[in-house]
Ligand binder design. Structure first.
Ligand SMILES: O=C(O)c1cccc(C(=O)CC[C@H]2O[C@@H](n3cnc4c(=O)[nH]cnc43)[C@H](O)[C@@H]2O)c1
Length: 209
């Protein structure tokens, strides 16, 4: 069985495409792994991945790769992390100053997990949140730290975990830190470094798997 690599944008896997000589397009097949480019955000990701997994042969592992924001300033930009717990942090209801999760409302669950993590990844395991609106305001950042204390933030991770849980497929999420979650400061982002480190890791993992 093959691995399925899932990323929001082709740019995040640029060196993988170059290294393996891969074709254009949003779905690429090789003998050992396939790549699915979903588009940015949880809705695009859940649709593309659900559609693909429902129609395809079984995969031994789904790997969500991408860049991410980080709440922990002790983790250097460009570091890779293994996100093992990911949460739809906006899914619920405001109750005056409190937040009711979808779990508390009795409509489902907001927290999802990596499944069957391969041994020896050697990356720090952290908890993340998945959001529609990137945090860039001190008040909302303080509030989410107080409520969930996340280490990372992305726009897709929990949607990949959710889709794989629905279909009982092993799944991991490896992200490279491109920026700190802070008052919006786009000049401080190190997207190039994060993508380079992510691709170096992915090329090794996909070559020696
Ligand atoms: O210009 C912006 O404000 C902006 C905000 C988030 C992401 C981008 C991108 O260009 C990359 C898309 C990709 O990156 C992930 N990502 C990276 N940093 C963060 C973050 O701080 N919060 C949430 N998502 C982040 C995300 O998964 C996107 O798919 C530009």
């Amino acid at each position: 069985m093959k691995i399925l690599v899932v990323a929001a944008t082709r740019a995040e896997l640029a060196e993988c495409f170059q290294n393996f000589g891969l074709a254009e397009g949003n779905f690429i097949q090789t003998p050992h792994f396939d790549i699915l480019i979903t588009g940015v955000g949880m809705t695009a990701t859940a649709f593309a991945l659900g559609q693909h997994l429902s129609a395809s042969a079984a995969y031994k592992l789904v790997i969500n790769l991408g860049i991410a924001g980080c709440y922990d300033h002790n983790i250097p930009l460009g570091s890779l992390v293994n996100i093992t717990i990911d949460e739809f942090s906006e899914l619920g209801a405001e109750d005056k100053d409190e937040f009711l999760t979808i779990d508390a409302m009795g409509f489902g669950k907001s927290r999802y997990f990596a499944r069957d993590i391969p041994a020896g990844l050697g990356l720090p395991e952290v908890n993340g949140i998945t959001i529609n609106k990137v945090h860039g305001n001190k008040q909302s950042i303080d509030s989410i730290i107080k409520r969930l204390n996340p280490v990372t933030e992305s726009m897709e991770g929990a949607a990949v975990f959710y889709s794989c849980e629905q279909l009982d497929i092993p799944c991991i999420q490896i992200r490279s830190i491109s920026n700190y979650v802070e008052e919006r400061n786009r000049e401080a982002w190190k997207i190039g470094l994060a993508i380079k480190n992510l691709n170096n890791w992915a090329i090794k993992f996909l070559t020696y798997d």
